[in-house]
Ligand binder design. Structure first.
Ligand SMILES: Nc1nc2c(ncn2[C@@H]2O[C@H](COP(=O)(O)OP(=O)(O)O)[C@@H](O)[C@H]2O)c(=O)[nH]1
Ligand SMILES: [Mg+2]
Length: 444
C-alpha cells in the first residue's frame, strides 16, 4: 500500500541527503519535492501546504541537536510534522468500568458493517462485553449481514424486524444492552445517495443516543474525496476517531492522511481485508516510519531526546577544569557509546553514513558493562581520586566485581588516557560535543 507516496517521499529525502550543502535553496527544493509527492498521493492541497510550510520554516530556523547533522535534523522535522498531522500516538481509550457507546458514521459501502464485526471480535478478545445494534433499517439484508458475522464470533445483536426508524432502533438497542454490556457498537445505514439526508440521519442518531464516541469509517480507496467527506461528517457530528478501510488494495492512502487532518481526529485502526481479523491497530509513528523508509526512526528520535536532556552542567564544568572522576569517565564513555548507537541508526537512513564500525561498537558495549561492574566495586574515595588505586586495592576490587585484575588495570589505563586526552585539543572537541548534547548547542 501507499507505494507512490512512499517512493515520492523517499526520493525527496534521498535527494536532500545527496546534496552537497544544505542551504536555503536546497531546503526549498526539498519542500517542493515533498509537495509533489504528497499531492500525487492524493493528499489535500491545503493540507500539503500547511505541512510543508511548517517543515520549511522549522528546517530553516532550527539548529540540529548534538550528534545530528543538518540533514538528519530536517528528516526528523518532516517525520514529526507528518506524525502530528496524523494525530500522533494515541490509543483508543475505552473503559471496562462503564458502558461505552460507539456509533459508526460513514457512507454506504465504506465498510461500517464489516468494521463493527471486526471491532466486536477484537474487543471481545480484549475482555469487553460487546453488544451490537443493527440500526441499518433500510438496506434489505443489512441485519442478516451483521447477524451472520456476529453469530460466528458469538456476539449478541439487537435488531427490530419491521421497524423503519433507525433512530428508534439505535435508542432501543442502547437501552437493551446497557445493563449487561460495557461496549455497545451501533451500526448505521448509509443508504442515502443524497448526502444531506444521510448527514441528517446521522446527526439525529447522535443527538438522541448520545454516544461516547463517533467513529468515522472511511474507504481508503476514494482518495481525494476523503477530505471533504470527513469534513462533512465532522461538521454535523464531531468525529472522535477514524477507521480507514480497504488499505489492503491499491489504495493511494493519501486520503487517509487527509481524513485525519480534516477532523483532527486520530486514525485508530485500518482495515486490511474483508475477513473478520483484518483489522490493524494504526500507529502513526510506524506508518510515517514506513513511508519514510526508516523502521528505526523511532529509536533515532528517542535517542535524540535522550541526548537533549542528559548532560549535567556541573559535571561538564568539572571535566573542563581537567578533573576527572571514575564516574565522569564512565559517563563520558556512555555518552560516546550513545553517539555510536546513534550513528548505527543514522546508517540505516539512505544516503547518511556513520563511520563507527559494528565491531567497534560491540566491543565498546562489552567494555562498558565490565567497567561498570568494576567501578561499582570501588569506594567513593577511589572513584573520586583514582590515583589512589594501588595493587592491594586493585586486587580487592577485582574480587568484589568478579573481574580479573588485568581487567581492572585496563580500565585504569583507559581512564588515564582519557584524562590526559581531555587536556588536548581533541578533548576540547569532545567537551564541546558534550555541551551540544546538553542542549545548549541546539538552542544556539
Ligand atoms: N478489501 C477490503 N474490503 C473491505 C474492507 N472493509 C470492508 N470491505 C468490503 O467492503 C464492502 C462494503 O462493506 P460494508 O461493511 O457492507 O459497508 P457499509 O455499507 O458501510 O456497511 C464489503 O464487500 C466488505 O467486504 C477492508 O478493509 N478491505
Ligand atoms: Mg452496512
Amino acid at each position: 500500500m501507499l507505494d507512490s507516496l512512499r517512493s515520492g517521499l523517499q526520493g525527496a529525502i534521498k535527494k536532500l541527503m545527496g546534496s552537497s550543502v544544505v542551504d536555503e535553496a536546497a531546503i526549498k527544493e526539498f519542500v517542493r519535492d515533498l509537495q509533489r509527492a504528497l499531492i500525487q498521493a492524493d493528499v489535500n492541497v491545503r493540507l500539503v501546504l500547511t505541512v510543508t510550510e511548517s517543515v520549511q520554516k522549522r528546517a530553516l530556523e532550527e539548529k540540529p541537536l548534538g550528534g545530528m547533522t543538518r540533514k538528519d535534523q530536517i528528516v526528523k522535522i518532516l517525520y514529526e510534522e507528518l506524525d502530528k498531522m496524523l494525530g500522533g500516538e494515541r490509543e483508543l481509550k475505552l473503559e471496562k468500568g462503564k458502558v461505552n457507546v460507539v456509533v459508526m458514521l460513514g457512507v454506504q459501502g465504506s465498510g461500517k458493517t464489516t468494521t463493527v464485526a471486526k471491532l466486536a471480535r477484537l474487543y471481545t478478545k480484549k475482555g469487553f462485553k460487546v453488544g451490537v445494534v443493527a440500526a441499518d433499517t433500510f438496506r434489505p439484508g443489512a441485519v442478516t449481514q451483521l447477524r451472520t458475522m456476529c453469530d460466528r464470533i458469538g456476539v449478541e445483536v439487537y435488531s427490530e424486524e419491521g421497524e423503519k426508524d433507525s433512530v428508534r432502533v439505535a435508542q432501543a438497542g442502547r437501552r437493551f444492552f446497557e445493563a449487561s454490556k460495557n461496549l455497545i457498537l451501533i451500526d448505521t445505514a448509509g443508504r442515502h445517495k443524497e448526502e444531506k439526508s444521510l448527514l441528517d440521519e446521522m446527526s439525529s442518531i447522535v443527538s438522541k443516543v448520545k454516544p461516547d464516541l463517533n467513529l468515522l469509517i472511511i474507504d481508503g480507496t476514494i482518495g481525494q474525496q476523503c477530505y471533504n467527506q470527513a469534513l462533512a461528517f465532522h461538521k454535523t457530528s464531531p468525529v472522535g476517531g477514524i477507521i480507514v478501510t480497504k488499505l489492503d488494495g491499491a489504495a493511494k492512502g493519501g486520503g487517509a492522511l487527509a481524513a485525519a487532518a480534516a477532523t483532527g481526529a486520530k486514525i485508530y485502526y485500518i482495515g486490511t481485508g474483508e475477513r473478520i481479523d483484518d483489522l490493524e491497530e494504526f500507529s502513526s509513528t510506524r506508518f510515517v516510519g514506513r513511508l519514510l523508509n526508516m523502521g528505526d526512526l523511532k529509536s533515532l528520535l528517542d535517542m535524540a531526546k535522550q541526548l537533549e536532556g542528559e548532560v549535567d552542567e556541573k559535571r561538564v564544568q568539572r571535566m573542563m577544569s581537567g578533573k576527572l572522576t571514575m564516574d565522569d569517565f564512565l559517563f563520558q564513555f556512555e555518552q560516546m557509546n550513545k553517539m555510536g548507537s546513534l550513528k548505527k541508526i543514522l546508517d540505516m537512513i539512505p544516503g547518511v553514513s556513520g563511520n563507527m564500525k559494528a565491531e567497534d561498537l560491540e566491543k565498546a558495549e562489552r567494555d562498558m558493562k565490565i567497567w561498570k561492574s568494576i567501578i561499582q566495586s570501588m569506594g567513593k574515595n577511589e572513584r573520586n581520586s583514582p590515583e589512589m588505586l594501588n595493587a592491594p586495592r586493585i586486587r580487592r576490587i577485582a574480587k568484589g566485581s568478579g573481574r580479573s585484575e588485568k581487567e581492572v588495570r585496563e580500565l585504569i589505563t583507559k581512564y588515564r588516557q582519557t584524562k590526559s586526552l581531555m587536556k588536548t585539543s581533541k578533548g576540547r572537541e569532545f567537551r564541546q560535543m558534550l555541551r551540544r548534547a546538553g542542549g545548549q548547542g541546539a538552542r544556539g
